[in-house]
Write a protein that binds this ligand. Structure first.
Ligand SMILES: [Cu+2]
Length: 137
């Protein structure tokens, strides 16, 4: 049997590792929802989208991966340190989730900061971060 690989596909296979490498160091996270400046009613579903980093459970110890963290009305902790656990307003999405429902936000203005950190819960460098401010009615 003669297996023919289309030229185009071959090109993609060769280019893919280069593209993947070009992305490292340029990882980004975006809080897709709620939109910055939005007025929303609770519960508020936070939706996260990461590029250039693979979102995995916190148990995965592999370079190029990480999990999401949410700072809800809480300032960022020092970026060289482990993001603490058990602190009100700091959430580890340690199962590799890309969504989280905030069901106890009081009416009024709020700020959410998303940070991707590695399995040691230390933020990736350069920092992979996004912030939204919104109002719960
Ligand atoms: Cu963590």
């Amino acid at each position: 049997m003669n297996i023919r690989i289309p030229r185009l596909m071959l090109g993609a296979v060769i280019l893919l590792p280069v593209a993947a490498r070009a992305q490292t160091g340029h990882a980004k996270v975006k809080i897709v929802a709620p939109a910055n400046g939005a007025t929303v009613s609770g519960p508020v579903k936070v939706v996260l989208q990461a590029t250039g980093v693979e979102i995995v459970p916190a148990t995965v110890e592999r370079p190029g991966t990480g999990h999401h963290h949410l700072f809800v009305d809480h300032d960022l902790t020092p970026v060289d340190d482990t993001i603490p656990r058990g602190v009100t307003g700091i959430l580890h999405l340690g199962r590799g989730q890309t969504e989280f429902v905030l069901d106890s936000l009081a009416p009024g203005p709020h700020r959410v900061i998303a940070v991707v950190a590695n399995w040691k819960h230390i933020p990736l460098k350069p920092l992979v971060v996004d912030t939204v401010r919104f109002t719960v009615k």
